[in-house]
Design a protein around this ligand. Structure first.
Ligand SMILES: CC(C)(COP(=O)(O)OP(=O)(O)OC[C@H]1O[C@@H](n2cnc3c(N)ncnc32)[C@H](O)[C@@H]1OP(=O)(O)O)[C@@H](O)C(=O)NCCC(=O)NCCS
Length: 172
């Protein structure tokens, strides 16, 4: 049986944190500094098949340099400060894909935002991810840009639309 668990990192056991990091790395995330980034996330979302962790998502608190760089490279007119959180680490192990579990995983991560807006990045050709992000209320912003860290297709920036006029948790 599959189940989704969403927790603050401080509420996770060390074994859960280790498994989370391991699976995110299996998904191709850069290992350097990952445990620290996981520890300071807003929430970690875990998809379990029985007792095995088979999927992840997270609402991250991006490092300022990286945050600014993404918005600069995408040449968006949106200010990064308007989008303090980042949706990321969306990964389901290959044997467990195709079960329509990505949307609830992403929704669980976004539920922890308490109205604070988020951004996300995806490869330009990752159409499935674009589909999920648009369904979750994100819109494309700026232009595709080449990743300096990883070769491959360009990166695109998505930002959350703020239909209710909320900016960084404040009503405007
Ligand atoms: C992205 C990922 C989490 C999706 O998980 P999954 O189990 O394959 O997908 P699900 O079964 O939950 O969802 C299938 C959905 O994707 C849609 N989809 C699949 N391929 C698509 C495509 N090429 N274009 C548009 N939509 C697509 C389906 O229509 C379906 O949509 P629906 O749920 O709205 O009906 C998984 O493939 C994965 O881990 N990929 C590698 C990591 C990755 O790319 N992460 C994102 C980094 S930004």
């Amino acid at each position: 049986m599959y189940r989704i668990v969403s927790k603050k990192p401080s509420d996770c056991s060390s074994s859960e944190l280790e498994q989370f990091v391991k699976l995110v790395m299996a998904g191709g995330e850069v290992a350097s500094g990952l445990p620290a980034r996981v520890q300071k996330a807003v929430s970690l979302v875990m998809l379990f098949k029985d007792e095995e962790l088979v999927g992840t998502a997270g609402l991250k608190r991006p490092e300022t340099d990286y945050h600014n760089k993404v918005f600069r490279e995408a040449r968006t007119d949106k200010p990064p400060a308007e989008f303090p959180f980042e949706l990321g680490w969306v990964y389901i192990a290959p044997d467990h894909r195709g079960g329509k579990r990505a949307t609830p995983l992403i929704e669980a991560a976004m539920d922890s935002s308490e109205g604070v807006l988020a951004f996300a990045t995806a490869r330009e050709n990752n159409e499935a991810m674009h589909h999920f992000l648009k369904n979750a209320g994100f819109v494309l912003s700026g232009v595709p840009y080449a990743s300096r860290q990883n070769a491959g297709p360009k990166i695109v920036l998505f930002v959350q639309d703020a239909p209710d006029g909320k900016v960084a948790g404040q009503a405007v």
